[in-house]
Design a protein around this ligand. Structure first.
Ligand SMILES: Nc1ncnc2c1ncn2[C@@H]1O[C@H](COP(=O)(O)OP(=O)(O)OP(=O)(O)O)[C@@H](O)[C@H]1O
Ligand SMILES: [Mg+2]
Length: 453
């Protein structure tokens, strides 16, 4: 046996650690991480039930208030707070310990989100919490972090001081960050960043907002996006659910898919349409939308006999919800903004996702053969909130019989855009699609040269 002659030091430095954990996450995702923690707090206060579509938890007494300006950031909730034991034992550790409790239907899983977020935001941080210990008076404490001072000494143990603090108005957590990093200050001063953040929160927490949770950003409450499907006449979305299992941890899976809006008249990819951003696949983990309106290979497009996403498929929404007491069983990536496609539960769900996508692809192909008929039928379907969609093994879509068509010729040609726009204007509608300008000019010269039929 070889004789040991020394030890090669392998302890990380704090600077390395802080740089690594904040590197690959966006500022927006960090803010979502802090919201996730407040939502987990609210859910814990409500008794940590499953977070599927059918659970009717009332979150209307919980409020998350966010202030983000170039001068500072603050997030404050009344979701129950973290206890002194939480703070001392795990809340400020980098990574959850194997012994930490995981059975609470949380979205928190890794034990890194809060630390990563505050370091990304700035360098003068105060985490305050007020909570009510069992049969004792409410108690308040604070953990102030001055990043520059903390980074000076790498000697273990790494810890942060906990000090006694005034009570917050309600039991909850308040995190304030000053001395923002230049990236954060710049983003909070940008109206485009703030508008996007508002839109993302409205979409990704739509299930919580629907249950009454209030999220206020810079004094304006965020209105949740209402997810609806069209139903009635000959249309019904697919809605199924089943139990799965990951190494002994139960995962409840719910899947919905079908028509959320009629497909567009024109499938030209160059037609601008804001609404198209809503369509595609959504993946929800313990109540939080982690992947939205996906049109990529992550939800199957362009793989295993699925075509690539094409504008023709607009109108489709598919939603898959994974609910598990132990969040480690969910198909989440560490940034919680995508899906771990190698996860077994996700892979087992893929054939069912493909089934409903396929039926929509087939329908949009068939409807092209009898467009007017299809449009009439579509107009009779009405929006229904996803919570009220009845169970159905398949997405019901009308069978459209192709009208025997006379032989047609497809015309494709390119013209200078300026001239096309001038012509559209000449026809009296500058917003006309290129296709319509082409058709109208054909009709015009046909009438002029061939005459009326
Ligand atoms: N707003 C809050 N209310 C109550 N407890 C909180 C709050 N924010 C953080 N905590 C406590 O701090 C812990 C650490 O949070 P952190 O975001 O770092 O990790 P996590 O949520 O456990 O996992 P993940 O890294 O996946 O987010 C939480 O598990 C929770 O106990
Ligand atoms: Mg967290």
């Amino acid at each position: 046996m070889a004789t040991e002659i020394g030890k090669a030091g392998a302890n990380p430095t704090k600077t390395f650690f802080v740089r690594m954990i904040t590197r690959d996450i966006t500022l927006e995702d960090c803010i979502l991480d802090l919201i996730d923690n407040s939502v987990d707090g609210a859910w814990r206060s409500e008794g940590s039930r499953p977070v599927g579509l059918a659970q009717d938890a009332d979150l209307s007494k919980y409020t998350i208030k966010i202030t983000a300006t170039p001068d500072g950031f603050c997030i404050e909730d009344n979701c129950g707070g973290m206890t002194l034991d939480d703070a001392a034992d795990h809340a400020f550790s980098f990574g959850r310990k194997a012994t930490d409790d995981t059975d609470d239907y949380s979205i928190g899983v890794y034990g890194i989100g809060m630390k990563r977020a505050v370091f990304k935001l700035g360098s003068k941080i105060v985490v305050r919490s007020t909570f009510k210990p069992d049969s004792e008076d409410r108690f308040g404490f604070a953990v102030p972090i001055n990043v520059a001072d903390w980074l000076k000494d790498d000697t273990p143990p790494w810890d942060f001081e906990i000090i006694e603090d005034d009570l917050l108005p309600s039991d909850g957590v308040k995190i304030s960050v000053e001395d923002l990093t230049s990236g954060s200050a710049l983003s909070f001063g940008s109206p485009a960043f703030m508008q996007n953040l508002r839109r993302t929160i409205s979409r990704d927490y739509s299930l919580h907002l629907h249950r009454g949770l209030q999220i206020i950003l810079n004094d304006t409450p965020i209105v949740g996006w209402q997810i609806e499907m069209l139903q009635g006449a000959e249309f019904a979305p697919m809605r199924i659910d089943y139990d799965d299992d990951v190494d002994g941890d139960k995962v409840f899976v719910e899947l919905l898919g079908g028509m959320a809006a009629p497909p567009p008249d024109s499938s030209d990819p160059d037609v601008e349409d804001e609404g198209e951003k809503r369509f595609g696949w959504y993946v929800v983990c313990n109540g939080r939308i982690v992947l939205a309106a996906d049109k990529t290979a992550i939800s199957g497009w362009g793989t295993e006999n699925w075509p690539q996403w094409h504008r023709q498929y607009s109108g489709f929404i598919g939603i898959i919800l994974f609910t598990a007491a132990n969040a480690a069983a969910l198909p989440l990536t560490t940034t919680k903004r995508s899906v771990d496609t190698s996860s077994e539960v996700y892979r087992r769900a893929r054939p069912k996702m493909r089934e409903v996508t396929r039926s929509w692809i087939d329908y949009t192909n068939a409807r092209k053969q009898a467009l007017d008929d299809a449009k009439q039928r579509e107009a009779q379907a009405a929006p229904v909130a996803i919570y009220s969609v009845p169970k159905s093994d398949v997405a019901v879509l009308p069978r459209i019989a192709a009208v025997p068509a006379e032989p047609v010729a497809n015309v494709a040609y390119s013209v200078p855009l300026v001239r096309l726009k001038k012509l559209a204007k000449g026809f009296g509608r500058s917003g006309m699609t290129y296709r319509d300008v082409g058709l109208k000019s054909f009709e015009y010269s046909y009438k002029d040269i061939v005459g009326d039929e």
